[in-house]
Design a binder for this molecule. Structure first.
Ligand code: HEM
Length: 162
């Protein structure tokens, strides 16, 4: 491994392309439950950083609903991870957390949006990525808005694409 790659080598289990095995479950007190598919892409591009892109679609209509892209950094010599994220909703986030084994727990550290973003406004996001013993990847995401306390919004499992 090059020195650049070593900086994020403890996240190498994320690298590559993933696709939901079966539709993920979306929910929120203010929403009707929904089902979605999602593909995830993590790649290194010659910097001590991982680039990522997530694309989520409605499981029935296939319409793209949600997209995120950004960068992952690790604090040198620690298990501290930062996701720097831009979302198609206009939300821009820094999420930070800890990597323990193959479990990555993240929480909003900073958040911004366009002045004309639609309501309700997201206040905090918490998510966990966990590699399962069978090699599948699981993501669980909760959020709070200016109308709802922290509540689960998403749960999905992915398998690695060849
Ligand atoms: C609705 C945030 C990811 C699908 C919402 C709402 C918020 C939100 C604030 C409005 C809730 C309300 O009206 O009370 C987020 C955040 C995400 C995220 C912060 C990621 C960090 C996703 C993903 C999907 C998704 C991956 C997958 C398709 C939906 C749908 C609705 C919704 C279908 C309801 C319709 C709509 O308002 O567009 N989300 N979401 N969201 N979200 Fe998400």
């Amino acid at each position: 491994l090059s020195k650049l790659d070593k900086a994020v080598s403890s996240l190498d289990w994320l690298l590559g392309n993933w696709e939901s095995v079966e539709p993920g479950k979306g929910s929120y007190p203010s929403l009707k439950d929904f089902r979605y598919t999602e593909d995830l892409h993590f790649a290194q591009m010659g910097q001590p950083i991982i680039n990522f892109m997530f694309n989520a679609s409605d499981a029935e209509t296939k319409k793209i609903l949600h997209r995120e892209c950004g960068f992952i950094q690790m604090q040198t010599g620690t298990n501290r991870v930062a996701f720097i994220i831009a979302q198609n909703s206009g939300l821009v986030e820094v999420e930070e957390g800890e990597l323990v084994g193959k479990k990555l727990s993240l929480h909003t550290q900073a958040l911004a949006r366009p002045s004309f973003a639609k309501e309700p406004h997201v206040k905090e996001v918490s998510r966990v990525f966990q590699l399962q013993p069978d090699g599948k990847l699981e993501q669980t995401l909760s959020m709070s808005t200016d109308k709802q306390p922290m509540t689960q919004h998403l749960h999905i499992t992915y398998s690695r694409l060849a």
